[in-house]
Design a protein around this ligand. Structure first.
Ligand SMILES: NC(=O)c1ccc[n+]([C@@H]2O[C@H](COP(=O)([O-])OP(=O)(O)OC[C@H]3O[C@@H](n4cnc5c(N)ncnc54)[C@H](OP(=O)(O)O)[C@@H]3O)[C@@H](O)[C@H]2O)c1
Length: 230
């Protein structure tokens, strides 16, 4: 069972069953795990979904369920990159103090309002859906696209929009990496928001490792997975 928070209007079709919406905190998740007779939990949320990841750790501990996190290694700056790494979004907003620039926010729609504190800039917003409510940024351009993005496309976008600086979260992974290479190519600075700290949990970085974990559980004679199926 794949669980979506429900942030995207029309999520991609998936080859397994899907449910949508919050569980209602740790208590709600505990209830759901018990009612649905879940035997194994895989936390495959975005590295910035810190609340959900914390809830998964707490709920699995409460239910005595095994938890595995499927994560993407963080991006690392390489030669030619002009990154300013900041610890969180408020620090990213503060890093934009100064004269007006054309700023690309590749952050999703959830935290755009924080950038209203720096209204002098023209913001270029790349979003999965057209926002229902106009973002509270006096000057902005919305680009609707859900990726994956490629180097040529991102270079063309940064040029066409005359972007001076990018702000992005250190999501890791290949799907959103092109903008970093495009910025390097164009020698543009990036304000890179570091990942939030998460509770300790077992982590892997490849889907194949998750399947091996489930497979091992299925074959272990004493595991709950073997008793009830996964
Ligand atoms: N944060 C990002 O930058 C980002 C980027 C791309 C995709 N996403 C995805 O968007 C979703 C929401 O992200 P967020 O940063 O708002 O999360 P969050 O702050 O960690 O979670 C907020 C609340 O949203 C609900 N929720 C989150 N993920 C869920 C899931 N997979 N299934 C059911 N409920 C979920 C939970 O509600 P209840 O407490 O009611 O259970 C959770 O307490 C996540 O699934 C994440 O993977 C996030």
């Amino acid at each position: 069972m794949l669980s979506y928070a429900g942030r995207v209007a029309q999520p991609k079709a998936q080859p397994i069953a899907v449910r949508v919406g919050g569980f209602g905190g740790v208590d709600g998740l505990v209830r759901h795990l018990r009612e649905a007779q879940v035997t194994h939990v895989v936390d495959a949320t975005h590295p910035f979904a810190a609340r959900m990841s914390a809830n998964a750790v707490a709920a699995c501990a409460a239910c005595g369920l095994p938890l595995l996190a499927l994560t993407r290694p963080a991006w690392q700056a390489g030669p030619g990159d002009r990154w300013q790494t900041v610890p969180d979004l408020p620090a990213a907003v503060a890093a934009l103090s100064g004269p007006p620039q054309r700023v690309m926010l590749a952050l999703g729609r959830m935290h755009l309002s924080a950038f209203a504190a720096q209204p002098q800039h023209h913001y270029i917003l790349r979003l999965v859906d057209l926002p229902e409510v106009r973002p509270p940024l006096p000057q902005h351009t919305v680009i609707v696209s859900r990726g994956p993005f490629d180097l040529e496309g991102d270079i063309a976008l940064l040029r066409a929009q005359r972007v001076d600086v990018l702000v992005c979260k250190n999501a890791g992974g290949a799907g959103a990496e092109a903008k970093l290479h495009a910025a390097r190519e164009l020698e543009l600075p990036i304000v890179m928001v570091a990942r939030p700290p998460l509770a300790a949990r077992q982590e892997v970085t490849r889907v194949a490792e998750v399947l091996l974990w489930l497979e091992a559980a299925h074959h272990a004679p004493t595991s709950r997975g073997a008793e009830r199926g996964v």
